[in-house]
Design a binder for this molecule. Structure first.
Ligand SMILES: Nc1ncnc2c1ncn2[C@@H]1O[C@H](COP(=O)(O)OP(=O)(O)O)[C@@H](O)[C@H]1O
Ligand SMILES: [Mg+2]
Length: 411
């Protein structure tokens, strides 16, 4: 079983890359599911599904153990699932939500506001992930490709389960131990704990735990980064790489999508187009340096919008050729943190440079910027710093054997 998650900045091509990967996996005869929880019906758009074949696919999917009108059959081995977070919350969370809202409203908060407060940030994301846990449980698929909307924050909720699970278990364990809890609670709020809420909560945390184990199992889950040849999307993906490294989630591939091919340049291209292409080549070089040591797939910008099964399939061939998208393309930790003592911390990052000679190292807020001169100008390597270093200073920074070692000290 493989869980492949694509993440990156909006518009970089996560959805189409997920679809291409899924098409290739299905060709390789994996029973494949591609899942998106984007609010817009992006999978339908990418595959160019009409509402007409929606009816057919619902009919043919009646036997599926996950009942959902959003499950569509694309080809014999390939299904696409558009998760509706609102439906998921309604089905999986509404008892707890109502209960929490009732606590707040008993404290004098208006009911609409009480619901807003009770809805914790990231809940919609979390329930999309819980859907994955449910799907894995059915054992109906060999490969699940997850298209994760807007990286950064969303990615955080991948790590959330373990923490929320651990805290929640303690809490609900405590609550359970209080046999008279609901009575006591009733006494001061006037609201009794609805039947089954505790039991349900416990189940929820158990599922979160399972989900977290799946995601941090490097033989099952791979996170893949999607960026374009521009600084913002590269930086965004780089931060995701750093966080994933720290949390023990394996990142095995970076996709740089929408590269204008040099072959598109002709004698009559004009200055604007030539400049843009050159700029992209610089950014591509920057991406290679920034995603080191991950393997990179470089995908051209097509002359028309990438959509529809046929076009996705030919793009999948460009990306993967004969190789198997279920392979683990890289395993390792590009970042690591070692606490040397209570004041000192060693932050090690794999970099594509062998020595710090000719390398300019500057800290800029929550990042360290490495600049190295290249034939075309400077190559910039952005090193996103972990939160723990925010109140620390850099004592020294050295590069040895493709590892940048930064020693931080508390000030
Ligand atoms: N390599 C490409 N060539 C041409 N169009 C592309 C390419 N990659 C993505 N697109 C188009 O760019 C838009 C955004 O892609 P999408 O996969 O929806 O991004 P995301 O899911 O990251 O927001 C879509 O219209 C898609 O068809
Ligand atoms: Mg998308």
């Amino acid at each position: 079983m493989r869980l492949i998650i694509y993440t990156g900045k909006g518009g970089t091509g996560k959805t189409v890359t997920s679809c291409c990967t899924a098409i290739k996996l299905a060709e390789k005869e994996y029973r494949t599911l591609v899942v998106s929880s984007d609010p817009a019906h992006t999978l339908g758009d990418a595959f160019k599904l009409s509402d007409h074949n929606k009816q057919d696919s619902i009919e043919s999917n009646k036997h599926d153990s996950i009942e959902s009108s959003q499950m569509r059959k694309i080809s014999p081995n390939l299904h696409a699932l558009q998760v509706d977070p609102i439906i998921e919350i309604k089905e999986q969370y509404s008892d707890i939500l109502t209960y929490m809202a009732s606590i707040f409203s008993s404290r004098g908060v208006d009911e609409p506001l009480a619901y807003e407060i009770a809805m914790m940030p990231g809940m919609t994301q979390l329930f999309s992930l819980l859907k994955i846990e449910q799907l894995i449980h059915t054992k109906a698929y060999d490969a699940i490709v997850l298209d994760m909307p807007a990286s950064g924050e969303a990615l955080r909720y991948l790590y959330f389960p373990k923490l929320a699970g651990a805290i929640g278990k303690k809490l609900s364990g405590l609550m359970g131990a209080f046999s008279g809890f609901s009575k006591m609670f009733q006494a001061f709020s006037g609201i009794s704990l609805p039947n089954g809420v505790l039991q349900y909560e416990q189940e929820l945390f158990d599922r979160l735990d399972i989900l977290s184990d799946i995601i941090r199992d490097n033989n099952v889950t791979s996170l893949r980064l999607v960026a374009n040849p521009d600084s913002f999307s590269i930086e965004n993906a780089k931060r995701a790489l750093m966080s994933a490294s720290l949390y023990g989630i394996n990142v095995d591939l970076a996709v740089v999508n929408k590269i204008i091919p040099s072959s598109a340049l002709g004698e009559n291209s004009g200055e604007y187009f030539t400049k843009l292409t050159e700029f992209q080549q610089t950014k591509l070089e920057e991406a290679r340096a920034n995603f080191y040591p991950l393997p990179i797939k470089e995908v051209p910008l097509h002359s028309v919008e990438l959509a529809g099964v046929e076009m996705l399939r030919s793009n999948a061939n460009l990306m993967f050729g004969d190789s198997d998208p279920a392979d683990i393309y890289y395993q390792g930790k590009p970042f690591s943190i070692v606490q040397q003592d209570s004041n000192r911390l060693q932050f090690a990052v794999k970099v594509p440079f062998t020595t710090e000679k000719d390398l300019e190292i500057t800290r800029f807020g929550s990042e360290v910027i490495l600049k190295i001169r290249s034939a075309t100008g400077y190559i910039v390597n952005v090193i996103p710093l972990p939160v723990i270093t925010y109140n620390m200073e850099i004592l020294e920074a050295t590069v040895n054997n493709n590892v940048l070692d930064i020693i931080f000290e508390k000030n």
